[in-house]
Design a protein. Structure first.
Length: 141
């Protein structure tokens, strides 16, 4: 069940999204998402998922292994309006057991402002070849 957490800014929502991703925490992940049947999520190499319940089930399946991830973000860009924000970022993953960084994933995240605060309405992630990306990164945790 989603929480009633209010994200005051889109940056707060995005930080919560990536923290939940690092912890592989589906419940925390879903507090970021808008409870709407039009939300969409596309994982690298995966199909287009539509609807809150479908996306929740996909995250639960992804996180079922219980592993903690380390995530490094780079090359963030943002386009903002008063009621919507589109964020793009390169994501580099590793695990606590294996510090080797994986090939990057490019992600686009879309947030909208509502009476419930800022919520994610779309996440689209795709793998990209590492040779096409220059490194300008920061470590989240």
């Amino acid at each position: 069940m989603p929480s009633q957490k209010i994200f005051a800014t889109p940056q707060d929502a995005e930080a919560a999204f990536y923290e939940a991703l690092e912890r592989c925490d589906a419940d925390s992940m879903m507090t970021v998402w808008a409870e709407d049947e039009e939300v969409t999520c596309i994982h690298p190499g995966g199909p287009r998922l539509v609807g809150y319940a479908t996306i929740r089930d996909a995250w639960r399946n992804i996180f079922a292994h219980g592993m903690r991830l380390r995530l490094r973000l780079s090359q963030a860009t943002t386009v903002s309006t008063p009621f919507a924000v589109v964020s793009t970022v390169l994501e580099y993953f590793s695990t606590a057991d294996d510090q080797a960084i994986s090939a990057p994933v490019v992600a686009t995240n879309v947030y909208v402002r509502s009476v419930a605060g800022w919520r994610m309405v779309a996440h689209h992630a795709s793998a990209v070849p590492p040779t096409s990306i220059s490194d300008d990164s920061r470590i989240l945790h």
